[in-house]
Ligand binder design. Structure first.
Ligand SMILES: [Zn+2]
Length: 166
């Protein structure tokens, strides 16, 4: 993993640093099982800031299109991402566990080498629909059962022909 993708959250907050970039969907390993294909690129920003209560936070934004698989027709389903997440910077695992009880707040550990790909991937995975589907009338309806049985018959017919040849 390149050092380019590691940040120190407290340093980002202290110096109000920000990072912009593009990431190939193909690099987000944990996401691959949910995808129809991984050709796209996403834009991201990572920025250090203070929230209204002067607590250190890391803001993550992710924008772009990913191609999911429709669970009804198994076709390609374009899904637009436009995410904004504020992660509270916490000092240790205990604080992180404490945060986990409050589902509306996410946290990130104040260690000097937080992998931003992991942060980005986490946000995307959290945002994905459990069962992505096209609108009712947008599914590709190219598999009526009659066709399938005809294909099967043709297949066996060909098989029989092949057998006769031998
Ligand atoms: Zn569909």
């Amino acid at each position: 993993m390149s050092a380019h993708f590691a940040i120190d959250p407290l340093d980002f907050v202290r110096n109000t640093r920000a990072l912009y970039g593009k990431i190939a969907v193909a690099k987000l390993v944990r996401l691959q099982n949910s995808l129809f294909n991984n050709q796209n690129e996403l834009e991201y920003t990572i920025a250090g800031a203070l929230d209204r209560d002067d607590r250190p936070i890391i803001q993550v934004t992710v924008k772009g299109i990913i191609n999911l698989q429709c669970q009804r027709c198994l076709g390609e389903l374009e899904y637009a991402l436009n995410l904004l997440a504020c992660l509270l910077v916490v000092r240790n695992e205990d604080e992180l566990l404490h945060l986990d009880k409050d589902l509306s707040v996410e946290g990130v550990l104040a260690v000097p080498d937080v992998n931003i790909l992991t942060l980005i991937e986490d946000e995307i995975i959290l945002s994905l629909p459990i069962s992505p589907r096209h609108q009712e009338n947008e599914c590709s309806t190219n598999k009526p059962t009659d066709d399938n049985s005809t294909n099967t018959k043709n297949f066996f017919a060909k098989l029989t022909t092949l057998k006769k040849l031998h």
